[in-house]
Ligand binder design. Structure first.
Ligand SMILES: Cc1ncc(C[n+]2csc(CCOP(=O)(O)OP(=O)(O)O)c2C)c(N)n1
Ligand SMILES: [Mg+2]
Length: 344
């Protein structure tokens, strides 16, 4: 039997949520899940190229954190596992799907593909394929908010930046350098490490001297918290606290969300290394089922309402595929466009 780190307990009695908010969280997680399932289908049908990394199982983190932000104002940076972060940021499913198909109508104009989703409008700073590459970029975004507010006297510059990355990235030097600088300068940034126990085929516990990543924050006198990444309400709660701290100018937070990916590292990975009992342990903690149970038990939704949401989300995704299929390829004459910023 695989021994599992004890998941932090979360007291649901502390949750303060309306029906509308609860359903929004549910819909966002369902969108993430069904979008990724559709990607797998399209990839195996040869509609997508290159590496495609899916987010199944980790939805509570994207939803719990991003939905607590100010949409279109606060910044988000991601990794190559970025589809669902983009969706939570509000990038339309059709633009994400079109990007994965390499089409001109994609959110990165078909130039980026799965690992490089960007949207200036949605303040998505990008998906980054190099491990830990997004960390200094996110820190730069947080620095500019603080600089505008304090050095340039702009009272509206109170944006918060969220930086997502994996457990593997937390062994990279950029992580430590940026933690140090962010704490020193009290930057409005939240580092969210999605600890899914694996970096491709490398088990986290074999790769790091201190597997409890949130504890690394203390070295920099920074707030560090661990959270059950399979519980969207727990994630939302720690996110709200960290966001308030960052917005108030009280500095950064490192959130370690304990989670698991339900599929292989990428769609090219046969996923033969992880033990069946480990998969079963985490599979039984499906974050979508957990929220559904909570909503029904607290009379915030009935099963028909949840089914209706699922149906609506599926229609959105089917429409996104049609949109992507029918969209044009980028014109080869524009090969060198979008390399530098344009005045538009
Ligand atoms: C700098 C760098 N080194 C190595 C790789 C190859 N690589 C791609 S994904 C990955 C594992 C990263 O794992 P983790 O940070 O835990 O994220 P997860 O895939 O679990 O979401 C590695 C080593 C890379 N992309 N960039
Ligand atoms: Mg990982």
């Amino acid at each position: 039997m695989v021994s599992e780190r004890t998941l932090p307990q979360f007291n649901t009695a502390t949750v303060n949520i309306t029906k509308e908010e609860g359903l929004l969280l549910y819909e966002d997680m369902m969108l993430g899940r069904l979008f990724e399932d559709k990607c797998a289908e399209m990839y195996y049908r040869g509609r997508m190229f290159g590496f495609v990394h899916l987010y199944n199982g980790q939805e509570a983190i994207s939803t719990g954190i991003i939905k607590a932000l100010r949409s279109g104002e606060d910044y988000v940076s991601s990794t190559y596992r970025d589809h669902v972060h983009a969706l939570s940021c509000g990038v339309p499913a059709r633009e994400v799907m079109a990007e994965l198909f390499g089409k001109e109508t994609g959110c990165s104009k078909g130039r980026g593909g799965s690992m490089h989703l960007f949207s200036a409008q949605h303040r998505l700073l990008g998906g980054y394929a190099f491990v830990a590459e997004g960390i200094p970029v996110a820190m730069g975004a947080a620095f500019q908010s603080k600089y505008r507010r304090e050095a340039m006297g702009d009272p509206n510059a109170d944006q918060v930046t969220v930086c997502f990355f994996g457990d593997g990235a937390s062994n990279n030097g950029q992580f430590f350098e940026c933690l140090n600088m962010s704490a020193l300068w009290k930057l409005p940034i939240i580092y969210v490490v999605e600890n899914n126990k694996w970096a491709i085929g490398m088990a986290h516990d074999r790769a790091t001297s201190q597997p409890e990543i949130y504890k690394k924050a203390s070295v920099f006198s920074m707030a560090g918290v661990e959270v059950d990444g399979m519980d969207v309400l727990a994630v939302r709660s720690v996110a709200q606290e960290a966001i308030a701290r960052a917005r108030a100018g009280e500095g950064p937070t490192l959130i370690e969300a304990l989670t698991y990916r339900f599929r292989g590292h990428s769609l090219a990975d046969p996923d033969e290394l992880r033990a069946p009992d480990e998969k079963q342990f985490w599979g039984a903690r499906d974050p979508i089922t957990k929220l559904a149970t909570y909503l029904v038990e607290h009379n915030l939704a009935n099963s028909q309402e949840l089914k209706d949401i699922e149906k609506r989300v599926q229609e959105t995704i089917n429409e996104a595929v049609q949109f992507a299929e029918n969209s044009p390829e980028p014109d080869p004459s524009e090969l060198y466009r979008y390399i530098f910023a344009e005045d538009e």
